[in-house]
Design a protein around this ligand. Structure first.
Ligand SMILES: C[S@@+](CC[C@H](N)C(=O)[O-])C[C@H]1O[C@@H](n2cnc3c(N)ncnc32)[C@H](O)[C@@H]1O
Length: 367
């Protein structure tokens, strides 16, 4: 993987898309990635971009990157929406987005370029092409060896440069019901989707492991932020209602994207069986009484700066909302009857010290 050439070597084979069950899939390194790349999927990715930004108060990053950074790499850029927005906001930075699918627009800021490339292949960037910031978002299910990707990213960062992974857990839970007793179809669905991803060699539910992988790869100042996000409008908090509205739409489009190829190709389900499973999950997602939620995670760390490190970290241009410091007590049954369900904001978790208890909650939902 590298940007030594001018990127014009796209051959028609890259556009020889695979069509299956009404969806379109990538052709380059065919089959490595199980989600589609068609217009419907591109809409999902752009919606997810909006949801990530809402959580960051409009920002594109959580890491305290240098405003004067020069080179930025976006791993698995998808529609390129993050890279384009970042290039607009940082006009002095050269932003490179790479992906297996050539689905990025022709129009883009002059400081933004896209490459069809496999981030799991050897990286061929020369030393003078090192990056100040490497970003990957929503990449669970795309990578077979995360520790290797973390090490590679570290090697291709300038001293003091930041690596940031933004992702959501592929683990759903319900308020006061971590075992999803009240949403059995969702529980079955996520077990199957995660199992298929696991068997395909690219585990999907990896967000909760990123922090440890970064530490083991040698990053410094590794930080993880965990944000609980409602699926739907069942919360009282207006900001979370807004995020939950978008997240419900997003989750509804995740159902076919995450289910069709994984279950038919990997677990050998018939399409009719898959459609039945999808209909059950859809019914549960759209039922506000289930009070479903998921977690988004923002994990970042930096390459240790050398004595002559040029990167000087300071606060992000937009400060993301501050996390709650403590885990508040759960409401009593009486309070819940009177006030309705609490907003998940009230149970937002400050990750660094609480990661142990997060693991406990998550592991009950993991297959
Ligand atoms: C869930 S999408 C996320 C897209 C984008 N990062 C975003 O947040 O909007 C994952 C993307 O990674 C790409 N991808 C998967 N495996 C890849 C690989 N080995 N090398 C490059 N891109 C890959 C897919 O084609 C897809 O566009």
């Amino acid at each position: 993987m590298g940007d030594d050439d001018d990127g014009s070597s796209i051959t028609s084979s890259i556009y020889s898309y695979v069509y299956e069950n009404g969806r379109r899939y990538h052709a380059y390194r065919e089959g490595n990635y199980l989600l589609p790349n068609d217009a419907e999927e591109q809409e999902r990715l752009d919606l997810s971009h909006h949801i990530f930004r809402l959580q960051l108060g409009g920002a594109l990053h959580f890491a305290p990157i240098d405003r004067n950074l020069k080179r930025v790499l976006d791993l698995g850029t998808g529609t390129g929406i993050w890279a384009i927005d970042f290039a607009d906001e940082f006009p002095n930075a050269a932003v490179i987005g790479c992906d297996l699918s050539p689905i990025q627009p022709q129009w883009r800021p002059p400081n933004c370029s896209f490459f069809v490339d496999d981030i799991e292949s050897d990286w061929t960037y020369a030393r003078h092409e090192a990056f100040d910031y490497i970003h990957g978002r929503g990449m669970g299910g795309s990578v077979s060896d995360w520790p290797l990707l973390c090490r590679r990213s570290l090697e291709h960062l300038n001293p003091g440069g930041w690596f940031e992974i933004q992702d959501y857990d592929t683990a759903i839970y319900a308020y006061n019901d971590p075992d999803l007793e009240t949403a059995p179809r969702t529980r079955e669905w996520q077990v199957l989707v995660n199992l298929a991803a696991e068997r395909s060699g690219r585990t999907m539910n990896v967000a909760h492991r990123q922090k440890q992988w970064m530490i083991e790869a040698g990053y410094q100042d590794v930080h993880e932020e965990v944000v609980q996000v409602p699926i739907g409008t069942w919360t009282k908090d207006p900001r979370l209602k807004e995020i939950g509205t978008f997240q419900l739409e997003h989750m509804l489009s995740c159902i076919p994207a995450f289910t069709l190829a994984p279950l038919t190709r990997v677990l050998n389900y018939t399409v009719d069986e898959v459609r039945l499973i999808m209909a059950g999950v859809r019914a549960e997602f759209t039922d506000p009484k289930r009070r479903l939620m998921t977690k988004f995670r923002f994990v970042y760390g930096r390459r240790p700066p050398h004595a002559h490190a040029h990167a000087h970290a300071h606060a992000p241009s937009h400060s993301p909302p501050a996390p709650g410091d403590v885990l508040p007590a759960a409401p009593t049954a009486e309070e819940e009857r009177r006030d309705g369900p609490p907003s998940p904001d009230a149970i937002r978790i400050r990750n660094v010290r609480d990661i142990g208890s997060q693991e406990t909650v998550d592991s009950r939902n993991r297959p």
